[in-house]
Write a protein that binds this ligand. Structure first.
Ligand code: PLP
Length: 485
């Protein structure tokens, strides 16, 4: 039966015939309306058009420098080296596209290269094995299952305050953020939280629950979504040592930090950790495809997927030829561009500039943090009065949101942090040309010159926009479809 439904022709999208207003209407109608409406009110929703891998054009025609995308675009938007490779792949590839239970040259090469890269930093991983999936949260789910299968009688998992590991049930249970967790309780049982950076508190927690009852400890080498929080020196090595001492599986969640973002191939290894499991995603897909990976020590891998149990954990798309090929090419581009080293150096310059900016505008910027090209600014709350706790956090959040708008007006696309309402992050592409990086930092200066104090952020926001944002913040989501009730 042929359908009479009028569909949007793919060619219309390809040929750029969908007008921005149409895109907005469709997205608000059928997508995440509330999120996109809020961003649209702020004027930061786009849709953007790519001018170069590192520059976008806003709907109003303004040229923007890209410093967002949650650290997932190592080469910016559709870098020609990557897209030319994809074109060549499409023309030449003869391997199965979704090999699943077959051998695959693309998967084989990526497994080998990832393990070789990890083993070059941590030789104990020379015979590790890799499980592929299609997102960060799925890589974490895999890690948790590997750990549980390794220690089936242990019922606890430990993560850290401020952590972000994803939003599917297992990873969400270890992302201790009431905003994301509360409505979904009860969560996966056994999730415990310890303060980030505090080894003594971790030891106390282990003594309280009994180390043999703990399956795994999962840690971000630097908390990205938590607001770019760097742990004290020795913390990660200490976590690793404690895990080894008690036979607990150590998981380094390198989904945001790994593959060069923070200036090293694996930030955990650079900080003296020797994790049993490493999770990767974001940059692995080159900003083009969805690829996640869980790299696991041989013995732990075999315990879950050994012998007849080898189908105990599986998926349809993990290991697909296109995503493997893009990931292989991405790794090669990171190696050839020496991007971890470059990120470390440019990030240090960027952080220095942010520090100088903070010194010039102490009434605006409360703190700057970062390593490599993962940089963060925290602003003073724009309402100066001493506020009680929930209102204080709200003031920080409103400041960060409006600061993102002000940065946008200065031509910078920045990100908020998912688990820290106080922070605006800058995470440009690892290969951003130096002059453009300089211009990005100049634009951040311009933003600060226009907003010399936190209160200026509010006074620079038009009153009618403030009123609409306030109304949006307190209104209940609309009921739109019959199934919504
Ligand atoms: C450290 C870390 N783990 C896991 C995730 C979840 O990844 P995804 O959004 O691909 O599910 C993120 C995403 O920001 C992350 O930063």
């Amino acid at each position: 039966m042929t359908t009479t439904t009028k569909l949007i022709p793919v060619q219309d999208v390809l040929d750029d015939r969908l007008r921005p207003q149409q895109v907005r209407d469709l997205e608000l109608r059928h997508g995440n309306e509330e999120l996109l409406y809020g961003l649209d009110l702020l004027g930061v929703a786009g849709p953007f058009r790519r001018l170069s891998p590192w520059e976008l054009e806003d709907v109003g025609g303004q040229r923007m420098i890209m410093a967002a995308s949650y650290a997932a675009t190592p080469f910016g938007e559709m870098h020609p080296e990557l897209t030319e490779f994809v074109t060549e792949f499409m023309a030449k590839n003869r391997a199965m596209t979704l090999p699943q239970q077959s051998l695959s040259p693309w998967r084989a090469a990526l497994e080998a290269n990832l393990v070789a890269l990890l083993a070059s930093q941590l030789p104990s991983h020379a015979d590790s094995q890799v499980f592929f999936c299609s997102s960060g949260t799925e890589a974490v789910e895999g890690a948790l299952k590997f750990a549980k299968a390794w220690r089936p009688n242990a019922s606890y998992f430990i993560s850290f305050k401020g952590a972000y590991h994803g939003k599917t049930y297992g990873s969400l249970s270890l992302t201790p953020n009431p905003e994301y967790q509360d409505i979904f309780r009860p969560l996966v049982p056994g999730a415990l939280t310890s303060p980030y950076g505090d080894l003594e508190a971790l030891r106390t927690l282990l003594r309280r629950v009994g180390p043999k009852n703990v399956a795994a400890i999962i840690v971000e080498p630097i908390q990205g979504e938590g607001g770019v929080i760097l742990p004290p020196t020795g913390f990660l090595r200490g976590v690793s040592d404690l895990c080894r001492e008690h036979g607990i599986v150590s998981i380094a969640d390198e989904i945001q930090t790994g593959l060069g973002r923070t200036g090293h191939w694996f930030e955990s290894a650079a900080q003296g950790m020797d994790p049993d499991i490493v999770t990767l995603a974001k940059p692995l897909g080159g900003g083009l495809t969805a690829v996640g990976a869980t790299i696991v020590r041989h013995g732990i891998y075999k315990k879950m997927l050994g012998g007849l149990s080898s189908k105990r954990h599986s998926n349809t798309f993990g290991g697909g030829a296109l995503s493997m090929a893009v990931a292989l090419k991405s790794l090669e581009m990171i190696v050839e561009g020496d991007l971890p080293e470059r990120s470390l150096k440019m990030g240090a310059e960027g952080l220095e500039r942010l520090r100088r900016l903070q010194a010039r505008h102490p009434g605006l910027i409360q703190d700057v943090r970062g390593q490599g090209l993962l940089l963060a600014m925290q602003f003073h709350p724009m309402v100066g009065l001493p506020l009680p706790e929930p209102a204080k956090e709200l003031a920080y959040e409103a400041t960060a949101i409006l600061a993102m708008r002000e940065l946008h007006l200065s031509g910078v696309v920045a990100n908020l942090s998912l688990s820290s309402k106080r922070t605006v992050r800058l995470s440009p592409a690892l290969n951003i040309p130096e002059p453009l990086f300089g211009e990005l930092m100049d634009r951040v200066d311009d933003f600060a010159e226009r907003n010399p104090k936190a209160s200026s952020i509010m006074s620079n926001t038009p009153p009618d926009l403030l009123a609409r944002l306030a109304a949006f913040a307190v209104k209940k989501p609309k009921k739109r479809t019959p199934s919504d009730g």
